[in-house]
Design a protein around this ligand. Sequence first.
Ligand SMILES: NC(=O)c1ccc[n+]([C@@H]2O[C@H](COP(=O)([O-])OP(=O)(O)OC[C@H]3O[C@@H](n4cnc5c(N)ncnc54)[C@H](OP(=O)(O)O)[C@@H]3O)[C@@H](O)[C@H]2O)c1
Length: 279
Amino acid sequence: MAAIILDGKKEANKLLESIKKRAKALEEKPGLALVLAGNNPASEIYVNFKEKTCKEAGFYCERYNFPENVSQNELLKVVDELNQKREIHGILVQLPLPKQMDESLVVDSILPNKDVDGFTPVNLGNLVNDNNMMEPATARACIALIESTGIKIEGKNAVVVGRSNIVGKPVALLLLQRNATVTMCHSKTKNLLEHTKNADILVVAAGKPNLITKAMVKEGAVVIDVGINRLGKKIIGDVDFENVKDVAGFITPVPGGVGPMTIAMLLDNLLMAMKLGRR
Ligand SMILES: NC(=O)c1ccc[n+]([C@@H]2O[C@H](COP(=O)([O-])OP(=O)(O)OC[C@H]3O[C@@H](n4cnc5c(N)ncnc54)[C@H](OP(=O)(O)O)[C@@H]3O)[C@@H](O)[C@H]2O)c1
């Protein structure tokens, strides 16, 4: 039987409606700052989407564009100013940064309670301690899409392909917190199929087009494809969607799956940042 397609846009719109309602009850308007350095075309598209969604929600948004040769000090200075700015509750520095930057130094300079991406060591460390403060938006998006299937995560075999600090590791931690039995795979994993074939829940964040084929997926599995790969003008995920959908129980499309949900989660994190800021 063909898989149920998990409509990320629909789920994202539901969440955005709830975010707008919750924001109306607040005394202040949520304020987000977007910082973009360099001219990576993909980054520009992501930041445009984030800005558009933020403005459509009626929130305050400031955007800072820097050229490729911006100095690290200039970027640190703007983050420092934004850390202190009252009307800004959340700061997002779009990654990757230009080569001359120490990326972690710039990310670490964001105040943890304004870190809507959840990438600072404080927020990632809190996740490890099961003391979640700001959870990375893409990881939250994956969990929300899995939960939208109605399938219980507890006790399931969950396999995460990819171990980056911004996607793979946080997804694995959130699944572990929900009592899944989690296996993490990466580029040095031997016989990937042996692991993925055993997954009731399979989250793929490798950035490798069509890495996951039909033969690698267990019948009825929930398949969440985080990958965004450009093939000419087309955007595809890490999962061979057309064939895997014949064996999976649920599957996210690319585009239209994890991407839109991630942006909605970012605005949800912005409301969380306002709460943390008031403490
Ligand atoms: N939809 C969204 O909102 C969203 C958000 C963020 C990222 N993304 C996309 O998600 C993908 C992953 O992003 P990322 O930032 O996590 O990427 P990343 O930092 O490049 O990490 C990729 C991970 O995949 C692993 N990997 C690479 N090739 C593999 C293979 N053949 N078999 C098994 N594992 C393999 C790598 O293993 P090693 O650690 O051994 O190198 C690494 O851990 C990208 O396509 C990115 O564009 C989407």
